[in-house]
Design a protein around this ligand. Structure first.
Ligand code: PBG
Length: 331
C-alpha cells in the first residue's frame, strides 16, 4: 500500500468535520436493513407488554395489521411473526401449527391485507405450539426426533405459504428440512416464496425473553442442545450454511447476533449470499437494562450495534429496536 507518513498523513483530516465523516463512511444504515419481529396474541384490541422485553408487546391480529402499516410508513421492508398460542391449543404434537386459521395464519392474512408491500416472514418450528416447548416431536427419552419433525415442518411451511407468507424461516435446526420444505413449496406452486434458513442457530442463553413472549419459558423441558449448535463451533456453522444453501435456501441467518459476529463475517466471505443476523431478545434486553441503569444512551447504543452487524457483512438485522432505529435513520 502506498501511504504517506505523519505529518503528510494525518488520519484525523477526514474525521474532523461531520460532512467529511459522512463522505468517507464505508457503511451506511438504512431502514431497508431492518426486519421487525412481532408477537401475536389472541383477542382484539389487545396490546400486552412483555416484562422481560421492556418496550415490546404482544399484539392481537388487527393490531398486527397496524404494525404492518407502521413498518411501511417507516420504510421497514419486512416483519417477522411469532404467535403466543393459547395454552389450551398447545399439545404434545403441536398440531395447532397446521391449523390454517391459527394465530399465525390470521396475522399473515391481516398484515398482507393492510400492507401488501411489506414482506411477511414466518417462523417454522413447533415450539410455540407444543406443550413441552421443544421445536419438534419428542420421543420417550425427551429427544427431538428429526425426520418425523421435518415432515410436520413441511406441512407447517405450506400452511403458512398458503396464508400468504413471503419468507419461510425454519428455526428448528432439523437436518434436511430446508430441502424438504423447498420441494413442497415447488410442488404447491409457491415458487416465489423465499426460504431464509436459520442456518447457524446456537443453543443460547440469550433467548429467555423470547420464551416469555411466546409462553414457552415455563414449559420447556430440558434444553435445546440436542439440535441447536454449540457456541464453541464456527467451522460447523459454515457446514450448516453450505447444506442449507445446497438444499434451496435463498438467504441464511446467524443467531444470536452480536456474540456471533465472527460467524456472520465468515459466512459472508465464504458464500457471498445475503446473510441476516438475529439480534435476539436477550441482546435487546441487555441494551434496555444498560439504559435503565444509566450506563448508556439508547439511541447511540442501538445505532452503533446495528452498524456493527452491517460492517460485519450482514444484509440486514432482525431487531426488536426496528421501529426506533428506522426513526433514528430519518424515516
Ligand atoms: C424458536 C425460536 C426462538 C427464537 C426464535 N425462534 C427461541 C428458541 O430457539 O428457543 C429466539 C428469538 C429471540 O430470542 O429473540 N424456534
Amino acid at each position: 500500500m502506498t501511504q504517506a507518513s505523519y505529518p503528510a498523513l494525518r488520519m484525523r483530516r477526514t474525521r474532523v468535520a461531520p460532512w467529511s465523516r459522512r463522505m468517507v463512511a464505508e457503511t451506511v444504515l438504512t431502514p431497508a436493513d431492518l426486519i421487525w419481529p412481532l408477537f401475536v396474541t389472541g383477542g382484539s384490541g389487545v396490546e400486552e407488554p412483555i416484562t422481560s422485553l421492556p418496550g415490546v408487546s404482544r399484539w392481537s391480529v388487527e393490531r398486527i395489521a397496524e404494525r404492518a402499516r407502521e413498518a411501511e410508513a417507516l420504510g421497514i421492508p419486512c416483519i417477522a411473526l411469532f404467535p403466543n398460542t393459547p395454552a389450551n391449543l398447545r399439545s404434545d404434537d403441536g398440531r395447532e401449527a397446521l391449523n390454517p386459521d391459527n394465530l399465525m395464519c390470521r396475522a399473515i392474512r391481516a398484515a398482507k391485507e393492510a400492507a401488501p408491500g411489506v414482506g411477511v416472514l414466518t417462523d417454522v418450528a413447533l415450539d410455540p405450539y407444543t406443550s413441552h416447548g421443544h421445536d419438534g416431536l419428542v420421543d420417550a427419552r425427551g429427544n427431538v426426533m428429526n425426520d418425523v419433525t421435518s415432515e410436520v415442518l413441511v406441512q407447517q411451511a405450506v400452511v403458512q405459504a398458503e396464508a400468504g407468507s413471503d419468507v419461510i424461516a425454519p428455526s428448528d435446526m432439523m437436518d434436511g428440512r430446508v430441502g424438504a420444505i423447498r420441494a413442497a413449496l415447488e410442488t404447491g406452486g409457491h415458487h416465489d416464496v423465499q426460504i431464509m434458513a436459520y442456518a447457524a442457530k446456537y443453543a443460547s442463553a440469550y433467548y429467555g425473553p423470547f420464551r416469555d413472549a411466546v409462553g414457552t419459558r415455563g414449559l420447556l423441558k430440558g434444553d435445546k442442545r440436542g439440535y441447536q449448535m454449540d457456541s464453541a463451533n464456527a467451522e460447523e456453522a459454515l457446514r450448516e450454511v453450505a447444506l442449507d444453501l445446497a438444499e434451496g435456501a435463498d438467504t441464511v441467518m446467524v443467531k444470536p447476533g452480536l456474540p456471533y459476529l465472527d460467524i456472520v463475517r465468515r459466512v459472508k466471505e465464504r458464500f457471498e449470499v445475503p446473510v441476516f443476523a438475529y439480534q435476539v431478545s436477550g441482546e435487546y434486553a441487555m441494551i434496555e437494562a444498560s439504559v435503565a441503569a444509566g450506563a448508556g444512551d439508547r439511541d447511540a447504543l442501538v445505532l452503533e450495534t446495528l452498524m456493527a452487524f452491517k460492517r460485519a457483512g450482514a444484509s440486514g438485522v432482525l431487531t426488536y429496536h426496528a421501529p426506533l432505529a428506522a426513526r433514528l435513520m430519518g424515516a
